[in-house]
Design a protein around this ligand. Structure first.
Ligand SMILES: [Zn+2]
Length: 435
């Protein structure tokens, strides 16, 4: 007996290909996209799913997620995190080397992470290695193990076991990373003395403890090191648009620097954050509405390559909800399941299209990570059925995240994922793989 291979066509008036939106039938054979045809050219007898005006997008790739397992699984975890990702149309995510315990700075720690993830994934997951002072000598082995990048901090990470590096450690590893063509991902804040908060519940006081100059100093240093070593540098979670001119100039000189920002920097504005609103605490901080618009311009221009969530949840008690004290709250925003809707809501209000969103949330992350992606023949059939016009009000209780607190609570968002296909099959527990 020769069973016929799994074959299926998704037919929609809005298939989002790299060349634009068009009516098409996306033919899935086994785990790949086998053809993209005019709907009228579909062979008879092929199983079809008629989607009408629901859009078909390539699976999104989130290159910046903290799943915190093993060790802090009570903060998030592979099961809850990847289930939430699937609801957001994310078919691949990359887990940061912190805030798991142990942090991923050795081959043994990476092996522990892989063991912890086994059987729990609803979507594909890759890993980064962490660089901390003293871990430089482990990097070669971690690269051999297939990590997709190396993450370092230039400031306090909030975790004693993940201390910041200096120019010394970066200089020691950047030539190796350049040779292996693996990106160095950096939390780009370099501190200098600032006045203490006078009112710890006041958002402006918190933001003033991490001024935009922290980011600019770090980015200037990274541009210099990139120029010297030609190591690929990826600036994670850019918050301050005043750093864009330096980045634009560096890219114009041909330096291999890429830049990411996050849904929260593109959605919220400092002026709107209430006193004691610790759910909005992240680092670098959310800045003004004017800055937010300048970040959108950076995305339009391409000097900001991509949007990643930096999903960094914690248990409610770590958010200092009762006291509203920014100095006591964990810094990190929980948003994995809301990323596509948050970005699409704000992007569509500004005249951007689904083609733009796919460029920022699928194509550019794939390039950063060296992964195959995109709605094109021969690519893995990671596909998303997206209702671009549906609206909903965020209720944390309905989220698949382990913890339900999110600064998006009560917000009206546009766009709902109706189905997520991983390798041609509807996503579900155990369908994801380790990259
Ligand atoms: Zn992060």
């Amino acid at each position: 007996v020769n069973p016929s291979p799994h074959e299926l066509a998704l037919v929609s008036s809005r298939v989002v290909t790299p060349g634009g939106e068009r009516a098409a039938a996306v033919v899935i054979r086994e785990d790949r996209i086998a053809a993209i045809l005019p709907p009228t050219d579909l062979p008879a007898g092929l199983q079809q799913v008629s989607l009408g005006d629901l859009a078909v997008l390539p699976g999104l790739i989130d290159p910046h997620v903290h799943l915190n397992e093993p060790g802090r699984t009570h903060w998030e975890g592979f099961e809850t995190g990847t289930a939430a990702a699937a609801v957001a149309g994310i078919t691949t995510l990359v887990d940061m080397p912190l805030n798991s315990d142990p942090v991923t700075t050795s081959v043994a720690a990476l092996a522990e992470k892989r063991r912890a993830a086994a059987g729990k994934l609803a979507v594909d997951v890759g890993f980064y290695a962490g660089l901390v002072p003293g871990s430089e000598s482990s990097l070669g082995d971690l690269l051999d193990e297939g990590v997709l990048g190396v993450k370092a901090f230039l400031c306090d990470s909030g975790l004693a076991e993940f201390p910041p590096v200096t120019e010394v450690e970066l200089n020691a590893v950047m030539p190796l990373l350049a040779q292996r063509e693996v990106p160095l991902l950096v939390h780009a804040e370099l501190s200098h003395p600032v006045p203490a908060m006078s009112d710890p519940t006041c958002y402006a006081d918190y933001a003033a403890t991490r001024p935009p100059t922290f980011e600019r100093r770090a980015i200037e240093l990274l541009i210099k090191l990139c120029e010297q070593t030609r190591c690929r540098v990826h600036i994670v979670h850019l918050a301050d648009a005043l750093s864009l001119p330096a980045l634009r100039a560096a890219r114009a000189r041909g330096l291999p620097i890429t830049v990411e920002t996050c849904p929260h920097y593109l959605t919220f504005a400092a002026e709107e954050i209430p006193s004691g609103g610790t759910l909005f605490k992240c680092a670098p901080p959310i800045r003004s509405a004017g800055n937010r618009e300048a970040l959108w311009e950076g995305l339009a221009e391409g000097v900001i390559d991509l949007i990643a969530t930096d999903h960094s949840p914690c248990p409610p008690e770590n958010k200092a909800i009762d006291s509203g004290r920014f100095d006591e709250a964990w810094g990190g925003i929980s948003s994995l399941q809301l990323s596509l809707a948050a970005v699409w809501t704000a992007a569509s209000q500004r005249g951007f299209t689904l083609v733009d969103v796919v460029r920022w949330m699928s194509a550019a992350p794939a390039r950063l990570l060296g992964l195959a992606a995109g709605l094109a023949v021969g690519q893995p059939a990671h596909l998303v059925v997206f209702d671009a016009d549906a609206r909903f009000t965020v209720a944390g209780e309905a989220l698949r995240h382990r913890h339900k607190l999110t600064p998006y609570e009560g917000r009206s968002l546009r766009g709902m994922v109706r189905a997520t296909y991983v390798r041609g099959e509807l996503s579900g527990p155990g369908r994801g793989r380790l990259i």
